[in-house]
Write a protein that binds this ligand. Sequence first.
Ligand code: ADP
Ligand code: MG
Length: 695
Amino acid sequence: MSELKLNSPLQYVKGVGPKKAEFLQTLGFQTVNDILFFFPRSYLDRTSVTDIAKLSPDTYVTIIGKVKSHGLLYGRKKRYEVILEDATGAITLTWFHGIRYWEKLFKKNQIFACSGLVGSYFGMQMVHPDMERLEDESDTMIHSGRIIPVYPQTAELSKAGLNSKMMRRITTYIFENLTENIKDFLPKKVIHSTKLLSLNNSLKTIHYPENREEVEQSRRRLSFNELLDFQFMVFMRKKRKNRITKKHSYTPNKKLFSDFKKNLPFELTSGQEKALHEIIADLQNESPMSRMLQGDVGCGKTVVAVLAALFAAHSKLQTAFMAPTEILAEQHYRNWNSVLNEFGITSRLLTSSQKTADKKKTIELCQKGEIDILFGTHALIYDSVVFKKLGFVIIDEQHRFGVEQRSRLYAKGDNPDLLVMTATPIPRTLTLTLYGDLDISTIDSLPSGRQPIQTVWRAGDVRDKVYKYVLDDVQKGGQSYIVYPLIEKSEMVQLENVEDAYKRLTASTFKDISVGMVHGKIKPKVRDEIIQNFFDGSIDVLMATTVIEVGLDNPNATIMVIEHAERFGLAQLHQLRGRIGRGSKKSTLVAIAHPPLTEIATKRLEYFTSTTDGFKISEADLELRGPGELFGLRQSGELRFQNVRLGDDKDLLETSRKLLEYLFQNENKLDSDYKKLHSYLVKNVNKELIELGGA
Ligand code: ADP
Ligand code: MG
């Protein structure tokens, strides 16, 4: 084999061959380039290895040990377990998926390095760790003090023979035989001013680092690439949208708003008025609105959205109002249906758990254009749901939906206006990056008359005292939420769960009061009834999982207890807290944490109790979080970053955005260095743009 190029098919790489190459192709690896962009997930070196005896839960560690035993177990869930031991102790490694593959992998006394998150379940445990068999090659590497890359491993990849060792062999071969230089698309000026590695060097070092600093340097360069790609896509989306002229229009009517507002039990805050004003103005523009309405939990976003939907209805346009949970969709519908009716506006609710006949009726009416505002859950996305004239799409708690789900709803109209809402305030730097294609309206104050929520956290053995406090309050007419991290006993972690706690407490402390339980496995219909009972006061204490996290609005509930608060992220704790403090009575939140607490969990709880300002919380969340998991953005498919660490890379965020602004503002007079970057981005990002569609 002589000429190895970046776009050479993998079969020409020594050790791969045609057969393996064919299989790798089905996994998305076609060329040399694809392999170079398949990055290690972690690195092993002697200094990063922890003794098994010293492990503590919730930490991410690497251990090295010998297989003591291995086998298949049938519990509540079939699983494969390996007991790995070193000189100090033993740990259980568990796999729930790909069992057939793992089963064949292990032999007694083999030595493995293994990295993952430590959990505890009848002793220390790691679920689905990354494994690396240590023998000759890697063993010597480790002893020679080198740091060795460990690649993400799945049963599929392993079937293709693409384990870490193979990857190391392939990348070595590639770097030795590549006749082509990996060209950098970044202008020299930019590389110089940012002090980032060249693409060539970053790719080399990420696969072959000498030390940790090199890993970090290449990560930063690759992070910059991802940020550029992502933001370029966002810029393009915005540009494309601004070029569209929509076919529908709105008919202004001042009296409509003032009449509707007169009917409300409160006056809009100045923040709400301002946001409404921005939205109404935007709706009357020629190109479709793409706007995000942001504001802290409880600031009153819903009423603003409903007023905008009223405007659409008045203009003979239909509105789709999508919320992430049945509870929330139903609450919106219940709160607004009759008020809207008084104004001659028809609204209906569509969720998947409704009776088929009801759903059919709704879908029929919607198609005929006889529904003005359709509230609903993901059910709105179904193909069977057709609008006669969808002019306006509202997405509540937008980060709960995937990009694709949002696009599908959007596509039901002909360039409709879009309003997305989010209750988790997002740090400004991030808003600009992630939502640069959206205009932002911010409601920056809470309705007046709200009492600040007192928040405390307690560690350890305080449960009885706290539950007694809840009981005392109920006896004075109060209502409480108690939140648990789990529905039922888990195979993975030993945590208090809502089902066991419910059984125990309703037989003891809470035996004389009315207690309800809701979680994700309770049928939506039953769940809604329980929540309704909680709203009308016939249930005193609602024991729940985080299904209550978004939107629920019961002003009489003034106490919230969060069990295992150390398990929740800062933004999530803040969201949960938003369920109380909604009325005029003073509210209290008690976060119970169960040791051992990691340093970061302690910091989180300290911070959580120190402020109720959502924007401050979101900034702190960004600092404290590990890579990428911010506000569940990753899970929604919003962020598919591999190398970006939002907390650490703020400078890169800023620099990449400025660079793109420059590109877009000077599109016609770029010098050749910048043109190169521009055409690289166009080529690279076009594919994704097509995938993501309109919204
Ligand atoms: P969020 O912004 O978190 O979605 P909601 O729209 O659910 O908040 O509003 C929270 C609560 O505040 C609701 O009970 C709502 O009726 C009430 N509310 C909204 N605006 C005002 C206001 N201007 N004054 C008093 N209460 C308000
Ligand atoms: Mg809301």
